[in-house]
Design a binder for this molecule. Structure first.
Ligand SMILES: [Zn+2]
Length: 295
């Protein structure tokens, strides 16, 4: 690999340094300057997600860092765009094997698995990972970053995998994709639903399956629905008991509001139309209090 081309391992190393907490401004500037001098092949960008990290520095408090990050981001955007165009217009060409030769940059990207996959999804030239997509990845990254649990998972990489799977599933950064992104972000950050984020981080839910999940499934609504159904079942059974001719029977189904005992008798009456629920008149066997229920 020539010294002017950034290797994947170099990129990973730099990304790790940039991602580290409390790294000093001079180091960041040095890394960004170095990156600007280097040719960064698309596959390195795709594999390492260093672009996501650099993009995050565009609003850095240090003006020089912010400027370098912006420059790099637009330079890499072009690299990705060119490679996509090359990939899309050469579809009939035989797919070259992954070469052991040094890469000379953007033109080599046809070898990239990712580009191939995207060719399948969209026959026309595909847009590069644009601002929308990076923003979506950023939302997921933020949701993961807030997580307090233990995990060795590279959460930025996980965020990118989910985003990529969604992009493929919905066939682009379209409206459905954006709506789904909002829903995923919501469920990943919902304090009432910590299960979902934890399952995603621990791989119990595959990143690649997330585009197929409804927001209800992400929210674990299935469980809630089941509980609700069970409750309705119980109410239905109680109603059946009432209507099954147990009139005047003693029951523990009702609790007296006055003496709080559960020894009651009841009878029912159709107070409105026939398809509406019956009104039940209840008498406490303990204190004689009478009341009505339902109807
Ligand atoms: Zn009573």
């Amino acid at each position: 690999m020539s010294s002017s081309t950034l290797s994947e391992s170099e990129a990973r190393e730099m990304k790790a340094k940039l991602d580290k907490d409390g790294v000093d401004v001079d180091t960041i500037r040095d890394i960004l300057n170095l990156l600007l001098e280097k040719e960064v092949p698309v596959q390195v960008l795709v594999e390492t997600k260093i672009g996501v990290t650099v993009k995050g520095k565009r609003n850095d408090a240090d003006k020089k860092v912010a400027k370098l990050a912006s420059e790099l981001t637009s330079k890499w955007k072009d690299v990705v765009a060119r490679s996509r165009q090359a990939g899309a217009s050469n579809e009939s060409e035989e797919k070259p094997k992954k070469s052991a030769e040094p890469s000379n940059g953007a033109e080599k990207v046809k070898t990239e698995e990712k580009v191939k996959t995207e060719e399948k999804v969209a026959k026309k030239p595909v847009k590069p990972v644009d601002g929308k997509r990076l923003k979506v990845r950023g939302l997921f990254e933020k949701a993961f970053a807030d997580w307090k649990g233990e995990s060795d998972v590279d959460k930025n990489e996980l965020a990118a995998r989910i985003e990529t799977a969604m992009h493929e599933h919905f066939g682009g950064a379209n409206e459905q994709y954006l709506n789904h992104a909002k829903s995923v972000k919501f469920n990943l950050s919902d304090p009432k639903n910590p299960d979902f984020r934890s399952k995603v981080i621990h791989g119990e839910i595959d990143a690649e399956d997330i585009p197929k999940l409804s927001s209800g499934q992400m929210a674990g609504k299935d469980k809630i629905e089941q509980k609700k159904a069970n409750k309705e079942d119980k109410i239905f059974q109680d109603k059946m008991f009432i209507t099954a001719g147990n009139l005047g029977a003693e029951s523990d189904m009702f609790q007296c509001r006055k003496c709080k005992q559960k020894r009651t008798t009841f009878y029912q009456k159709q107070t409105r139309s026939a398809d509406e629920p019956m009104t039940v008149f209840i008498t406490c066997k303990n204190c004689g209090h009478e009341w009505r229920d339902g109807g």
